[in-house]
Design a binder for this molecule. Structure first.
Ligand code: FES
Ligand SMILES: [Fe+2]
Length: 410
């Protein structure tokens, strides 16, 4: 009984009776209307760990979470590690070529399995050498035969697995046993980026930017609103001016369409030190697609920029309301990765990204400080922030549906 009490009182997945959910969701509604009269989300929703508990239950435990690109693990036995909030996972390609998402937590006493990336036939725990196959099945447990048969131990002590799906080459996992449909809410976005053939591009090794000290939602906002580009990024963003942005309409049944193309002043622009593509452009793009970048948020945690020579993407991995990791990666055609100049040129591409990102980081940290103040305002949105009420609509739908399914609102 004592153990049960501890488990329920410490669980993030409680009844949220301490939250005025009716009031909070009404307030979010004011952020999720027409951009002309919507206002920013309540500041506390960016800073409160308690609200993050609710978001974790309502969104992160329900939705498809992007963990990386399938090309990171091309061969049987390839795997990489990723932690989604408190759950370290291994994304593994099995002998049968299937991709599986396994908990990386050894079922003996919790030691983590695997390295950041690797190739293995078995996952062997360094602590007491229990070992698992690539489907997560326990295959050996030294000395345990004296207490329990391996076959019985396997029944109860194999690695938990999560559901996996793929969209455009990106791998997604879901903690829920009944995941929502992913592709049906990405119909228009899929169409917009069809010519990038992202499922055929190859991922560069990812890099983790740890300890981003602001809220994961604000990161999406920063990435997807072009209002700031003319000011915060003045001069460096001039080749892709916010006057060349196109917004799309919000449709409830295709609600993953949180994207906007931004036109360039010339073909083959890019976020590099010389504001041009440094690698050959994709042969499959139209002239129009060579004159724009497509920015998209695949909520809750993938952001990408499809540029003429490839794709840059961020995975947002929250640790709470006030800290998250960005896992950064690039996708290119195989032919680009094989260029003799690739190794020498790629650092300049990364430096270009950092030029923009450093400006964004400073702004995001500053705004996060502002949002903690008693004087933080729910400011009116500008015309070029049209994607922000769209993000809020996406969130509100999930907040509401979780709250009503669990009887938390009437
Ligand atoms: S914790 Fe993994 S074998 Fe003991
Ligand atoms: Fe920016």
């Amino acid at each position: 009984m004592a153990v049960e009490l501890l488990a329920s009182s410490e669980s993030h997945h409680d009844n949220f009776a301490d939250l005025d959910l009716e009031g909070i969701l009404d307030a979010v509604q004011q952020s999720a209307g027409d951009v002309r009269d919507s206002i920013a989300l309540p500041p506390k929703l960016y800073t409160s760990e308690r609200w993050f508990d609710f978001e974790r239950a309502a969104i992160w435990d329900q939705e498809w979470i992007c963990v990386g690109h399938a090309s990171l693990i091309p061969n049987a036995g390839d795997y990489f590690s990723i932690t989604v909030i408190d759950d370290p996972l291994l994304i593994v390609r099995g002998e049968d070529r299937e991709v599986r998402a396994l908990s990386a937590v050894c079922q003996h006493r919790g030691h983590l399995l695997g390295d950041a990336t690797g190739n293995a036939k078995h996952l062997i725990c360094p602590f007491h050498s229990w070992s698992y196959d690539l489907t997560g099945k326990l295959t050996s447990a030294p000395e345990m035969g004296a207490h329990i048969k391996l076959a019985d131990l396997r029944e109860s002590h194999s690695l938990p697995t999560l559901k996996v799906t793929e969209w455009n080459g990106f791998l997604f996992v879901c903690f829920s046993d009944s995941p929502p449909s992913l592709s049906s809410r990405l119909v228009r976005l899929s169409d917009e980026v069809r010519n990038h053939h992202m499922d055929q591009l190859i991922a560069t090794p990812t890099v983790d930017w740890e300890d981003q000290l602001w809220n994961w939602k604000f990161m999406h906002e920063n990435a997807i609103e072009p209002y700031h580009t003319a000011y915060l990024h003045q001069k460096v963003h001039d080749f892709a001016p916010s006057t060349k942005v196109t917004f799309v309409e919000w449709l409830d049944d295709d609600d993953g369409a949180i994207y906007h193309p931004t036109g360039f002043n010339y073909a083959d622009g890019n976020f590099t030190p010389n504001f041009k593509c440094m690698f050959p452009v994709l042969e499959t793009l139209t002239d129009n697609e060579r004159r724009r970048v497509m920015f998209a948020c695949v909520m809750p945690n993938l952001f990408f920029a499809a540029v003429p020579d490839g794709v840059l993407y961020y995975l947002l991995l929250p640790k709470g309301a006030n800290n998250f990791t960005i896992r950064v990666g690039f996708l290119y055609p195989e032919s680009t990765l094989q260029l003799s100049t690739f190794e020498a040129t790629f650092p300049s591409v990364v430096a270009g990204l950092e030029l923009f990102n450093n400006q964004d980081v400073e702004a995001n940290i500053s705004a996060h400080t502002g949002l903690k103040s008693r004087f933080a305002q729910r400011g009116r949105y500008a015309p070029k922030e049209e994607t922000l009420p769209q993000l809020n609509k996406w969130l509100l739908k999930r907040y509401r549906s979780f709250a009503s399914e669990h009887g938390l609102i009437s």
